[in-house]
Design a binder for this molecule. Structure first.
Ligand code: BGC
Length: 530
């Protein structure tokens, strides 16, 4: 079994714009984030994923890149980026950045040149049509706003292809020059010292008539080529695949030992099922999806998450499950977006610490490299009345000073939350420091406990039969050692569990030895070691 740093790692998703504003312009920036690296380090995480930091009109919060080789002026400049990287590395934190491969902003000079001149070499950087009728079997992802994957451009006199917003034209990967451009971007950031990339939206790189234009063989060929380049020139670089797909379609993104693609792939289908099992008090959905998840190559890893910067996506569930999830978790239509739910973790769980602790303990003990979304470590809320996904991207709540200690500006890029339950006066990092039972200290406790147990970091996974659908149990162990037995009561009713031999629960403080028939309180969770 090959073990690399990322196999065992816990990640933290950082939105620079939301984190800390160092120059009082109302936007978070790299200098501000440097001030807060000790907070990130204190959580016990190993690696930071920085959401897109490139120059961009920010119509999709930076996933609309207008220059792959720069830093958004609101966030700082290249020196600030370097300083951030050095400061993170000095604390033993790795840094991966987002790289948006599938599309650019329509403000990117390539697109501007392409639309203006049919004969420009940049024309072929994008995908054009005279009729806008091709690839009709391709689904629309941003269903709420985009009527089609084709948009007519007056200047170009043709339609261009886009899987996301119409301000994000897709790049044409049939053009090898596009490969070179993206490779140069990758080289640029690796030369600066980043440890890897979260590679955005990779299923959609190629289009072929008669297909759904996702996961095509041509896409895999390109990804193998990218991996070869990175391995040859920058060995050890981490590449993480963002592919919102079923487990069997995800497997090819790991590639093969001879022809690898990504070391780590997000496991999207697990996520909604974590919420399902909790609401149903029935473990079946999570058992089914894990049983449907194929074994992955040695040294590869899944990435797991509870929430991220997007809506809680419900693409990887059945239509009935989606309907049920939206009824349960998004009763107000305003909470819904595209196929998903635009709410943060704490509000989804009714701000109930028992549910929050259980879900965190569950996802921190399942196989995979977990990632924590900024703000969820203090139980931040959301504002469903902000457009798009902005309600889950509000400024980090540091203290109860003006703008939650985020900024000294008059106005911030989005207002800080100030409602009765989740407003910064109630929810902020400073207030939570002193309280051992705060979200913040529970996060540190859970991550720290996981980090101290090799079986949870990288052990094998075995189901443990409980004879009770409300009680989920599994064992994680390294090479046949006894490992850690994880037991969760998913229901709001007391349950029992039989321990075949006495074991110590490391989630009780202080640790307690238990034996025989163990009573499980509603939403109880235990990590038992010998
Ligand atoms: C990102 C979204 C973004 C989309 C288009 C997704 O994978 O997570 O935030 O809107 O890609 O780049």
């Amino acid at each position: 079994m090959t073990t690399n740093w990322y196999n065992n790692a816990v990640f933290y998703e950082l939105y620079i714009r939301a984190y800390k504003d160092s120059n009082g312009d109302g936007n978070g920036d790299f200098r501000g984030a440097i001030e807060k690296l000790d907070h990130i380090k204190s959580l016990g995480v190993d690696c930071i994923w920085v959401m897109p930091h490139y120059p961009s009109p920010l119509l999709d919060d930076g996933y609309d890149v207008s220059d792959y080789l720069g830093v958004h002026p609101d966030y700082g400049d290249l020196d600030d980026f370097r300083a951030f990287l050095d400061a993170a590395h000095a604390r033993g934190l790795k840094v991966v950045t987002d790289i948006v491969m599938n599309h650019t902003s329509d403000q990117h000079p390539w697109f501007q040149a392409a639309r203006q001149d049919k004969n420009s070499p940049y024309r072929d950087y994008y995908v054009w049509s005279d009729t806008g009728t091709e690839y009709a079997d391709t689904r629309i992802i941003f269903l709420d706003t985009e009527p089609s994957n084709w948009t007519y451009d007056d200047v170009a006199g043709q339609y261009f292809w886009h899987r996301f917003y119409s301000c994000q034209p897709d790049l044409n990967y049939d053009n090898p020059q596009v490969h070179e451009e993206m490779f140069n971007a990758i080289r640029f950031w690796l030369d600066l010292g980043v440890d890897g990339f979260r590679v955005d939206a990779i299923p959609y790189l190629y289009e072929r008539e008669g297909t759904n234009c996702e996961n095509l063989p041509e896409t895999h060929d390109f990804l193998k080529k990218m991996r070869r380049m990175v391995d040859d020139e920058y060995p050890g670089t981490l590449l993480i695949a963002e592919a919102n797909q079923w487990p069997e379609d995800l497997l090819p993104y790991f590639g093969t030992p001879e022809e690898p693609e990504f070391q780590v792939c997000f496991h999207f289908p697990i996520m909604p099922r974590l919420y399902m099992v909790l609401k149903k008090g029935d473990k079946t959905p999570i058992v089914d999806i894990l049983n449907r998840t194929p074994a992955i190559p040695p040294g590869a890893q899944w990435m797991t998450f509870l929430r991220n910067h997007d809506e809680l996506t419900l693409e990887m569930v059945t239509p009935e499950e989606r309907k049920w999830m939206r009824q349960q978790y998004a009763p107000n239509p305003r909470m819904r977006l595209n196929l998903g739910i635009r709410r943060r973790l704490a509000p989804l769980l009714d701000n109930d610490k028992r549910k929050w602790f259980l879900l965190n303990a569950l996802f921190l003990s399942l196989p995979g490299a977990p990632i924590i979304y900024y703000g969820d470590e203090i139980g931040m809320g959301d504002n469903i009345w902000f457009p798009d996904r902005h309600g889950c991207r509000t400024p980090m709540q540091w203290d109860n000073d003006r703008h939650a200690g985020f900024s000294t500006a008059k106005e911030t890029y989005l207002p800080v939350l100030c409602d009765e339950t989740y407003g910064y006066q109630q929810v902020n990092a400073a207030a939570q420091e002193a309280d051992p039972a705060s979200y913040l200290n529970l996060t540190r406790f859970l991550i720290g406990t996981r980090q101290s147990l090799a079986a949870l970091r990288s052990g094998q996974f075995v189901w443990v039969e409980t004879g009770n659908d409300a009680v989920l149990a599994f064992r994680r162990h390294v090479d046949g050692t006894d490992g850690v037995l994880c037991v969760f009561n998913l229901s709001d009713q007391p349950q029992t569990f039989i321990l075949r031999r006495p074991r110590v629960d490391v989630l009780s403080r202080p640790e307690v030895k238990m034996r025989g028939k163990v009573g499980l309180r509603p939403y109880a969770c235990h990590w038992f070691r010998n």
